[in-house]
Design a binder for this molecule. Structure first.
Ligand code: HEM
Length: 506
C-alpha cells in the first residue's frame, strides 16, 4: 500500500519554516532574563511579545493605557526587541538627564539605514565623535538663530504665495491641510537644497513615498536576528529603489552648488542654503572629514525632521482654534492689533509682541506633540533606574504625549488652554521634563527655532488676513492618524473669508 505524502502549499510551508526559525532563535535567546529585576509590564506572548498590546489605537495612546496599569517605567517585548517605555517626568529626567550619556544613541532603523546612508546623518548616527562634530555644525551653523533669520525673506515668499493663492479662492472650501504640508516642504526644501525648483519638485514624490514607508510596520525590525526577514522585506527593496532615485537628484544638486561656488556663488540669492554651508565645511579640514555621502545623509535628515513636524503643528493649531472660537478670537485680536499698526504687513520683527499666539503654539505642542514618542534611544550599558535594571541594548521609548498630559503636572490636561503658558516660565528646551515636545538632553531637537519660525509666520498670516469657517457639511475631525508624525487623520477643508487685504511683500 502506498503511503500518501502530504505536501503543504508554499505559503503554509514558508510560515511553518519561519515559525520554526523564530522559535529556535528565541529558544536560545538572551531575551528571557528571569533573574533580572526588570520594570513591570504586561504579559508577553511567545514570538510576538507585546505586539498585540499595540493594536487598536495609535501607539502613544495604547502605551499610555498600558502605563496607567504597569507604571511609568514599563518593560515590553516588541517581537524579539526588548523595550522600556518611560511615561513620567521623573523617569524621563532619569533617562535624559541623570543617565543621558548612557541613553544618547538611537537604535538602528531600517529607513534611516537606507535613506540616511547607513545612519550617517545626525539623527540616527550613534553617539560619539562623529555625532558631536555634526551636532556642532548643526547648532552653530545649519540651524542657528542667525541662519533661521537669514531665511526670513524665503519664508515670507513661500507663505505669501500660499496666502495669495488662498485669497484667490476666497469663499470656497480649501484643503488647508494639503496646502500646509506642501508649502512647508517647499520652504524646507528651498532652505536646505537651494532654489533649484525642478530638482526639489522631483524629490518631493520620492520623499513622500519613502517617509510613508518608513512610518509603516516592518516585521524585519521586530525580529532583527532573523536575517531571512531582511532579505524578504518588500519595504527594504522599495526604500532601496527610492534611495537610489533620491541619491541621483542630490548628486545633481550638489554638483551644481560646487560649480556655482567655483564661479563665485549665486549672486541672485540673498541667503546661503544648507548645501552651501556643508560644502564649505567639507573643504575646511574637519577633524573627521565629511564625505559627500555624509553630506547627503545630513540633507535627508534635515528634510525629514524639518518639514512634517512644522506642518503637523500648524495643522493641529488651526484645528484647535476652530474647535475653540474664544482662543482663535483672542489670537486674531492680538495679531490684528499688532499688524494693523504696521500698515497691514505681517512682519516677523514684531513677533515678540505676539504673546498669545506663542502660547497657542506652545499649547499645541503640549497637547499634540508631532513626535509623541520622541525618537527612540538605546541603552548602552546595563544600568539601574528607580530600582529597576535596564539591560544593555534595550530600546527606550519616551511617551512625551502621556507626560505632556499628565494630570499630576497639568490642570485640565485634555483641554486646549493657551493661557496656561502666559507668564509661565515653562519652556520646551528640555529643562522642564513635564513638557518635552522637542525631547531633552544631548539629543534634544536642534531645529526648534527653525521649526517655530516655520509655524508662527504662516499662523500669523492666516489669522491676520482671514476668518475661517468649516465648509458646508464638513465636521471638524480631531482623529489622530498613523504616520511618522502624529498628524490628523483626515485633511481639514476650510472656507477662508478675507478680513484684511493682502499687501505686496516689502
Ligand atoms: C515643531 C517642530 C519640531 C518638533 C516638534 C521636533 C521634535 C523633535 C524631537 C522630539 C526630536 C528627538 C529628541 C530626543 O531624542 O530627545 C528631534 C530631533 C531632531 N530634530 Fe526636531 N523637531 C522639530 C523641528 C525640527 C526642524 C525644523 C529640524 C531641522 C530643520 C529638526 C531637526 C532635528 C534633528 C536633526 C534631530 C536629531 C538630533 C540628534 O539626534 O542629535 N527638527 N526633533
Amino acid at each position: 500500500m502506498e503511503i500518501p505524502i502530504i505536501i503543504p502549499s508554499l505559503p503554509i510551508f514558508v510560515s511553518l519554516f519561519l515559525s520554526v526559525v523564530i522559535l529556535l532563535k528565541l529558544g536560545k535567546s538572551r531575551l528571557n532574563p528571569r533573574s533580572l529585576n526588570l520594570p513591570p509590564g504586561p504579559r508577553k506572548f511567545p514570538l510576538i511579545g507585546n505586539m498585540h498590546n499595540l493594536i487598536g489605537s495609535v501607539p502613544h495612546r495604547s502605551l499610555h493605557q498600558l502605563a496607567l496599569k504597569h507604571g511609568p517605567l514599563m518593560h515590553l517585548r516588541l517581537g524579539e526587541v526588548p523595550a522600556v517605555v518611560v511615561s513620567s517626568a521623573d523617569a524621563a529626567r532619569e533617562v535624559m538627564k541623570t543617565h543621558d550619556v548612557n541613553f544618547a544613541s538611537r537604535p538602528p532603523i531600517l529607513a534611516a539605514e537606507i535613506l540616511s546612508y547607513g545612519c550617517t546623518g545626525i539623527t540616527f548616527v550613534p553617539y560619539g565623535d562623529y555625532w558631536r562634530q555634526l551636532r556642532k555644525i548643526c547648532t552653530l551653523e545649519l540651524l542657528s538663530m542667525k541662519r533661521v533669520q537669514s531665511f526670513r525673506s524665503l519664508r515670507e515668499h513661500v507663505y505669501f504665495d500660499l496666502i495669495k493663492w488662498i485669497a484667490s479662492v476666497e469663499g470656497s472650501p480649501v484643503n488647508l491641510t494639503e496646502k500646509l504640508y506642501s508649502s512647508t516642504y517647499s520652504f524646507t526644501a528651498a532652505a536646505v537644497l537651494g532654489r533649484m525648483t525642478e530638482e526639489r519638485e522631483n524629490l518631493l514624490p520620492i520623499y513622500i513615498e519613502a517617509f510613508g514607508l518608513a512610518a509603516g510596520f516592518d516585521v524585519a525590525e521586530m525580529f532583527p536576528s532573523v536575517k531571512l526577514f531582511r532579505v524578504m522585506s518588500r519595504v527594504r527593496r522599495r526604500l532601496t529603489v527610492l534611495h537610489h532615485e533620491a541619491d541621483e537628484i542630490l548628486d545633481i544638486i550638489i554638483q551644481q552648488h560646487r560649480e556655482s561656488m567655483i564661479n563665485g556663488g549665486d549672486h541672485e540669492r540673498e541667503e546661503e542654503d544648507l548645501v552651501d554651508v556643508l560644502l564649505k565645511f567639507q573643504g575646511d579640514g574637519l577633524e573627521i572629514p565629511l564625505t559627500t555621502n555624509n553630506i547627503k545623509a545630513v540633507l535627508m535628515d534635515m528634510l525629514s525632521a524639518g518639514s512634517e513636524t512644522s506642518a503637523t503643528t500648524m495643522d493641529w493649531a488651526m484645528a484647535e482654534m476652530l474647535k475653540n472660537p474664544s482662543v482663535s478670537k483672542k489670537a486674531q485680536d492680538e495679531v490684528r492689533l499688532v499688524f494693523d499698526e504696521n500698515g497691514g504687513f505681517v512682519d516677523e520683527a514684531l513677533f515678540p509682541q505676539l504673546k498669545y499666539l506663542k502660547a497657542v503654539v506652545k499649547e499645541t505642542l503640549r497637547i499634540h506633540p508631532p513626535a509623541p514618542l520622541l525618537l527612540p534611544r538605546i541603552c548602552k550599558e546595563t544600568c539601574e533606574i528607580n530600582g529597576y535594571e535596564i539591560p544593555a541594548e534595550t530600546k527606550i521609548i519616551v511617551n512625551a504625549w502621556a507626560i505632556n498630559r499628565d494630570p499630576r503636572y497639568w490642570e485640565n490636561p485634555d483641554c486646549f488652554q493657551p493661557e496656561r503658558f502666559l507668564d509661565s516660565p515653562m519652556d520646551f528646551r528640555g529643562n522642564n521634563f513635564e513638557y518635552i515636545p522637542f525631547g531633552a538632553g544631548r539629543r534634544v531637537c536642534p531645529g526648534m527655532m527653525f521649526g517655530l519660525a516655520n509655524v508662527e509666520l504662516p499662523l500669523a498670516m492666516f489669522l491676520y488676513h482671514f476668518d475661517w469657517k468649516l465648509g458646508d457639511g464638513n465636521k471638524l475631525d480631531m482623529t489622530e492618524g498613523f504616520g511618522l508624525t502624529a498628524r490628523r487623520k483626515n485633511d481639514m477643508c476650510l472656507v477662508p473669508i478675507i478680513k484684511r487685504p493682502l499687501m505686496s511683500l516689502k
